[in-house]
Ligand binder design. Structure first.
Ligand SMILES: [Zn+2]
Ligand SMILES: [Zn+2]
Length: 580
């Protein structure tokens, strides 16, 4: 349904439309009263569109933790809507990558946000940086003419129709969901659109009534989520329900990092997310918007437990490389800048030195922690970055997802990974190609979704934007990678807009690709399972292994154990390596 048809009329349209154009010219009190009534009806039409969409993100929520006991509100909502049982995170399975994928409907190669932490020498040649830091985003937009995220977000597209949007994020990811720093000039509804991220806001003044009502942004994880939820429903929704809202909760991610999936504190964090969801649903009831609102409850990625913390900085420097995460001077050609993303690491070889890159890849292929290796240039025993949809102009030379297995953690929860130096063994993290990281949860309920059904077709975070734009009747400005989740919608719609639904023809295809490298010391092998529905692809899982050559096995047994020596506790920031 087009937004205009759904009540998103502009002020000028209202002035000439319907009852108001029939105001009698007689200046009697009666006609004045009539005019006032018309005006209020028009105002009501402006503030009460027929369709609202609310996304509630539970950061890092694994689908296997959804249950009647742990998440009663979500459980009930799932019974009223559709549960997507084969939902996917976008690789790397990290927050900023997936926030951007949800907001744009495109893979990292098109949005430009290929990891949480990257090296962007055009922004800062001395340090790796977090992609969502405000100064980084502003500089990135400056350098690219406003295309730091190279695809439009749902919020931007909804605002173009004259409707209001509200983003409320406990975490800084909120800034990536609608980062328009300039004054919004596109009419009253759009001017009152707000982005709230970790207690800050765009426009800056928007946070004042929130802190006035709720006090300053708190520091405790659970309180942060509570504050942000209250800010959304109690302040930002107070006068009218926007066409489009996102509530991004920090839980259970923050607690699962500090403890591990399944820890009592992590279960309590999940319960808190469920209570915040309950508050959102109650607010929709109070606004009488239940029948006109589609609610998506989704997580950005799954979660794993760290089996070993691998200090690649130390390992590489002790193995003859010059590797660093920051440097007081300019890094030299052949140096390696490391951007740690928990379960994946990005390697930037300065000057794209081919010899160093080849040596690095061979080194990783003989390690006991590498899972899947992607390279900028085709190499034996790797996949190219394009196969993970992470090839951008500023992409690194090598990306490695750590190895994983299905073994259980200290709380009996399956899914263990090796991870970078930032957190200790036994804690939780994510961003690998493990199915425990790559599979996340999605429930959708509301007037545009079927009731009480499950959907086993592959779906992904990139599918949210096209589905939501379809609900609003907005055509994307450019090609989107995701697909409309039409098989879950009663008025089934084809992906290309034909009235004939194409659900039946959408049989998913699954294939596994492999890459092998024979080294003198043994054989490296890696694989990646990819599903496809229509033209949308989904990375299911990927892993790798190194098998020492039989005649070398005895001698290498000692050598291969060397990596254990580098499995260390986190020791703070990486410094420039000692000059050799
Ligand atoms: Zn996250
Ligand atoms: Zn996380």
């Amino acid at each position: 349904m087009p937004l205009a048809a759904a009540g998103f009329q502009t002020h000028s349209a209202l002035e000439t439309a319907g009852c108001c154009s029939m105001i009698p010219s007689m200046r009697s009190i009666v006609s004045l009263l009539f005019w006032i009534m018309c005006a209020s009806a028009a105002a009501a039409a402006l503030t009460k569109p027929e369709r609202h969409v609310v996304i509630v993100v539970w950061d890092g929520m694994r689908p296997d933790f959804v249950s009647e006991q742990k998440t009663p509100t979500l459980w009930k909502l799932a019974r009223e809507g559709v549960t997507f049982r084969n939902h996917h995170s976008v690789y790397p399975s990290a927050t900023m990558v997936n926030g951007t994928a949800m907001a744009t409907g495109v893979y990292p190669e098109k949005s430009g946000i290929i990891a949480n932490r990257v090296y962007r020498p055009d922004i800062d040649s001395h340090h790796t940086l977090d992609v969502e830091v405000r100064s980084v985003v502003e500089k990135g937009d400056q350098l690219s003419g406003g295309k730091y995220i190279a695809a439009p977000t749902i919020a931007e597209l909804v605002q173009r129709t004259g409707a209001r949007t509200v983003i409320a994020g406990t975490k800084t990811v909120g800034l990536l969901l609608d980062r328009q720093f300039k004054v919004r000039r596109n009419g009253g509804a759009v001017r009152s659109s707000v982005t709230l991220f970790a207690g800050q806001s765009i426009p800056t003044r928007a946070v004042a009534p929130i802190t006035h009502a709720l006090g300053p942004f708190p520091s405790a994880h659970l309180l942060k989520d509570f504050w942000t939820t209250k800010a959304l429903i109690g302040v930002l929704w107070k006068d009218s329900l926007p066409a489009f809202s996102i509530l991004w909760l920090g839980q259970p991610d923050l607690t699962q990092h500090e403890t591990a999936p399944g820890a009592p504190a992590a279960i309590a964090a999940i319960k808190s997310a469920d209570e915040n969801l309950g508050a959102v649903l109650s607010a929709l009831e109070e606004q009488n918007a239940h029948a006109t609102t589609d609610v998506f409850v989704v997580s950005d990625h799954g979660f794993s437990t760290i089996r070993r913390s691998i200090d690649l900085r130390k390992i590489l420097n002790q193995s003859g490389f010059t590797a660093m995460t920051e440097c007081s001077g300019e890094p030299k050609p052949g140096d390696i800048m490391l951007a740690g993303n928990g379960g994946s690491v990005l390697f930037y070889v300065i000057g794209h030195d081919a010899t160093v890159t080849r040596r690095l890849v061979a080194f990783l292929q003989q390690s006991d922690f590498a899972g899947v290796i992607f390279t900028r240039e085709p190499m034996e025993g790797t996949f190219v970055l394009e196969q993970a949809r992470i090839r951008s102009d500023l992409a690194p030379d090598v990306v490695m997802a750590f190895r994983w297995d299905n073994s259980k953690n200290q709380f009996g929860i399956p899914g263990m990974i090796d991870a970078d130096w930032q957190r200790a063994a036994g804690k939780g993290t994510h961003a690998t190609l493990s199915p425990w990281d790559m599979h996340n949860m999605l429930v959708a309920a509301g007037p545009d979704f079927k009731h009480g059904e499950t959907d086993d077709l592959p779906s992904s975070n990139v599918d949210l934007a096209p589905t939501i734009l379809q609900i609003f009747g907005i055509k994307p400005l450019s090609k989107i990678d995701g697909r409309i989740l039409s098989e879950a919608m009663p008025r089934a719609i084809s992906t290309n807009g034909d009235p004939q639904a194409d659900v039946v023809s959408r049989k998913p295809e699954t294939k596994t690709i492999e890459a092998i490298k024979q080294l003198s010391s043994g054989t490296w092998q890696q694989s990646l399972q990819i599903s496809r529905v229509g033209s949308t692809i989904y990375l299911d899982e990927g892993n790798g292994s190194f098998e020492a050559a039989a005649d070398k096995l005895q001698g290498d047994r000692h050598a291969h154990r060397f990596n254990w020596r580098f499995a260390v506790e986190p020791d703070g920031k990486a410094e420039c390596p000692l000059m050799q």
